[in-house]
Design a protein around this ligand. Structure first.
Ligand code: N2P
Length: 391
């Protein structure tokens, strides 16, 4: 009976299994233990590798120091195939379909929560994670809201969504532009002014819907379809002024002066700032966390239930938790890593940058993103498609 099999063949089937989970729990019996690690991993000792010295990683783009993978390969003799994505939705579709071929994936916590419930990940073998004690207990506690007892996942990086902008272009077009407010992008009267210098919005339905809800003074995690209508109405008002909807190209575009405003991820905008400086063409990029507040997210390291190289995946997770390795990554990509022991190795300009590590006051205005139900998710996806296509 496929509904009880560990890996139902299609995403729909898995979600159906999830939907009926309560009823099926008893009936599924042993087969319900989809999250258990393979026997081979249970017996392994720290540092153990799989027989095949390969690791297939699927991570966000622009999210790791250039030398990290090379160093790991050299240290352990494991060949890493490193693929990148720039949207949780893409990852989710693959994970729910199964047979991704990946051994390690980094979805955001609110997506991961649904995916754990769908049975797509195995439990971590913590005996293999010798550096677990380096993690910040308060961050581990926070992400346990999505993964009780931190059974399946370790945080990789966290960050915020905000506004990246070209300092001089904005000043020239509107010297008193409300740089400290989402109105800069979400109020059509301002957005219209920046149409020609280029506005880009993250292709991230759930993030943008939370941001618009914050701007409208609503609960950022509201799953009320009426609130979603308000979000769509607001987004449609600015749609004619939005040039691009994407979640990675904006780094290069901001750095080159091809966009003057990008709703983007904190570290990505800071990478754009650095690339602009390095290019030496006088483009100045800055990041604003609007006064209305924003969202905070956590990207998590998880091992698919059907991973072929689970020990290598544990080894890589453990490697990424080494203080110096974690710090190198944060120094390169400007995202905090949740690894307390790495803080001493974080460059002072990164550590003291409030765009990377927001002050307690700003942090208090950041809302975590919570997992949404399947029905709401469908509405959200349809609404987002209408925004993307502008109709
Ligand atoms: C990396 C963006 C990761 C942030 N380029 C999304 N959670």
């Amino acid at each position: 009976m496929y509904v009880c099999s560990p890996l139902p063949p299609t995403g729909a089937a898995r979600l159906a299994c999830l939907g009926f989970a309560a009823i099926l729990l008893a009936a599924c019996g042993k087969e319900a233990e989809v999250a258990a690690p393979p026997a081979a991993a249970v017996a392994a000792a720290p540092g153990a590798t799989d027989a095949e010295k390969v690791l297939n990683v699927y991570n966000w783009s622009d999210y790791i120091a250039s030398e990290t993978v090379k160093n790991f390969e050299a240290r352990y003799g494991i060949k890493v195939n490193y693929d990148v994505f720039d949207a949780n939705e893409v990852v989710e579709t693959k994970l729910l379909a199964g047979n991704t071929g990946y051994d390690l994936v980094m979805p955001s916590a609110q997506f991961m929560e649904r995916q754990i419930k769908a049975g797509v990940f195995q439990k971590l073998d913590k005996a293999l994670l010798t550096n677990l004690g380096n993690m910040d207990p308060s961050i581990m506690q926070r992400v346990a809201l999505h993964d009780p007892n931190n059974a399946h996942a370790i945080p990789y990086m966290w960050g915020t969504d905000g506004i990246g902008y070209n300092v001089d272009q904005i000043k020239q077009i509107m010297p008193d532009a409300p740089l400290d407010s989402w109105a800069l992008v979400l109020d059509p009267k301002y957005a219209a002014k920046f149409k020609d210098c280029g506005i880009s919005i993250l292709d991230a339905a759930s993030d943008i819907r939370s941001i618009v809800l914050i701007y409208l003074g609503k609960d950022p995690n509201s799953q009320d379809p009426e609130d979603l209508k308000l979000v769509e109405e607001q987004l449609m008002k600015i749609r004619p002024y939005v040039r691009k909807i994407n979640s990675s190209q904006y780094i290069e575009d901001l750095a080159n002066g091809e966009l003057c405003i990008a709703v983007g991820y904190s570290g990505d905008v800071l990478q754009a700032r650095d690339r602009a400086r390095e290019a030496g063409k006088g483009v100045k990029v800055a990041y604003s966390l609007p006064k209305e507040g924003s969202i905070i997210w956590f990207d998590m390291m998880v091992i698919p239930a059907d991973a072929k190289h689970p020990r290598n995946a544990h080894l890589f997770i453990d490697y990424l938790m080494q203080p110096q390795v974690a710090a190198n990554n944060s120094n390169a990509v400007h995202y905090p890593n949740g690894n307390l022991a790495s803080e001493q190795f974080i460059n002072p300009e990164v550590k003291n940058d409030p765009s990377v590590f927001p002050s307690a006051e700003v942090k208090a205005k950041l809302s975590p993103e919570l997992a949404v139900g399947d029905d709401y998710n469908r509405l959200l996806t349809r609404s987002w498609t209408r925004f993307q296509t502008g109709q």
